[in-house]
Design a protein around this ligand. Structure first.
Ligand code: AMP
Length: 279
């Protein structure tokens, strides 16, 4: 596995491989890799000749009071995991190069960024869309693989490539979970054992709403109550939002008459966790 830090070098590698007729995949991450990230690499392998993974804790997608400084980082471990899974190039750019001094350009995907996480993290999705646009221009992938774990992000990036005519296919993959149901996340490293136990309520809440939907409940208000009741069992859990939305537009859904998604964010002792699932 080759590690590349310079933007120019990454662009030259990709351009050379494209010229040689290779199909390229990119898996963008913030590192501290887990099996969820690696499942994206497996899919990238199936869809391309060469797989690049980026590791970049992107400062512009963190708010001033968020966890940018303490976000978990372990490049040696990530490098070993990426290599063992067959990543061909690990791209690890420096923030100073990604954001040239005096930069003035950003990508905003307006409507899809408004609700859900966007309502509580102003500027977050602008940071995400901007960094992913940069990564696409640098790594020049034919296909990029993302997780449904960050469902709103996935929809925003799919909209971005359509709107900007980027020649990249954005693929979304289902969330990988621990055996008990907790969605894998780098931020799970923040949780104590007791908090991990309480966090199981999150996937249970989604399952409760799904079970009720499968039993015929169509009113999303009732499904929402089911999920909130499960989360209310956790003494240290504070729900930031829990919404049932159209799976494509992310607009609130009143009844389940088309594909919908339950999406939520909670604080567990101040540690923010997100999850979602289809209904
Ligand atoms: P992150 O490092 O958190 O920015 O995530 C990088 C990519 O991995 C994003 O596309 C995420 O949606 C995806 N991802 C994160 N957690 C999971 C998971 N549990 N299962 C599948 N994909 C995931």
């Amino acid at each position: 596995m080759r590690q590349i830090e310079s933007i120019r070098e990454m662009q030259e590698w990709s351009a050379g491989q494209r010229l040689a007729g290779k199909r390229l995949a990119l898996v963008p991450t913030m590192g501290y890799l887990h099996e969820g990230h690696l499942s994206l690499v497996d899919e990238a392998r199936r869809r391309a000749d060469l797989v690049a993974m980026s590791i970049f804790v992107n400062p512009t997608q963190f708010g001033p009071n968020e966890d940018f400084e303490k976000y978990p980082r372990d490049l040696p471990r990530d490098r070993a995991l990426a290599e063992s899974r067959g990543v061909d190039v690990l791209f690890v750019p420096a923030a100073a190069e990604m954001y040239p001094p005096g930069d003035q350009t950003a990508v905003t995907v307006a409507q899809l960024s408004r609700g859900l996480c966007g309502a509580f993290r102003p500027g977050h999705f602008r940071g995400v869309a901007t960094v992913v646009a940069k990564l696409f221009l640098i790594a020049q992938p034919h296909v990029a693989v993302f997780g449904e774990k960050d469902y709103q992000q996935l929809k925003i990036l799919q909209r971005m490539v359509r709107d900007l005519h980027m020649p990249v296919e954005v693929v979304g993959l289902p969330t990988l979970r621990e055996k008990e149901g907790l969605a894998m996340s780098s931020r799970n490293a923040y949780l104590s054992e007791a908090e991990r136990m309480e966090a199981l309520n999150i996937s249970r809440a989604i399952a409760a709403a799904r079970d009720a939907a499968q039993s015929g409940e169509r009113r999303t208000a009732a499904l929402r109550e089911r999920a909130l009741a499960v989360l209310a069992e956790g003494k240290n859990t504070v729900v930031q939002y829990l919404e049932i939305v159209d799976a494509g537009t992310l607009e609130p859904a009143e009844v389940l008459d088309r594909p919908a998604r339950l999406i939520l964010a909670v604080y567990l002792n101040g540690k923010r966790l997100i999850d979602n699932g289809p209904l």
